[in-house]
Design a protein around this ligand. Structure first.
Ligand code: AMP
Length: 146
């Protein structure tokens, strides 16, 4: 059965290209719609001593940087537009599942690293996304080990 709507989740690093390529290939071969999402995660709280830090400005900078990177992807890939690219704030798993449900996606595409040592213990976004996913999930193997 062909897929109808593919959601590709990207971390906006240089490693997201192979993940987008795979999602584009699939969407072209299955004549499926393509959407993309990036989630800006809440900043880790790092307080030194008693000095309270206002992270809202840093968080805004992070959001603006993500927006710029996303705009570069929109320029690079003809299938990507402002309408089918989503930038949200929150936890990747929840946001990806929520968007997949909301948009009626039947496949989520994510990247997956070979993990060793501490990285293995910490887990991965691809693993998180797989658990409780509302549809199929394709993990594209990324060459560079962490
Ligand atoms: P990681 O487990 O963090 O190495 O990421 C593996 C894959 O999860 C990435 O290649 C993306 O497909 C997806 N991913 C990670 N972080 C995000 C994010 N903030 N927003 C959307 N997708 C993400």
């Amino acid at each position: 059965m062909p897929y109808h709507h593919i959601l590709v989740a990207v971390d906006l690093t240089e490693e997201c290209d192979p993940v987008i390529h795979r999602a584009r290939e699939l969407s072209a071969s299955q004549d499926a719609k393509l959407s993309l999402v990036h989630i800006v995660e809440p900043m880790a709280m790092a307080f030194g001593g008693d000095v309270p830090m206002d992270l809202s400005q840093l968080q805004q900078q992070q959001f603006d940087q993500a927006k710029e990177r996303l705009e570069r992807l929109i320029t690079k890939y003809p299938e990507l537009t402002k309408d089918n690219c989503h930038l949200t704030y929150g936890q990747p798993k929840q946001e990806i599942h929520g968007l997949a449900k909301e948009k009626g996606c039947d496949l989520v595409v994510v990247g997956s690293h070979a993990r060793h040592g501490l990285a293995l213990l910490l887990g991965s976004t691809s693993n998180d996304v797989l658990h409780g996913a509302p549809c199929d999930v394709l993990a594209v193997r990324l060459k560079k080990a962490e």
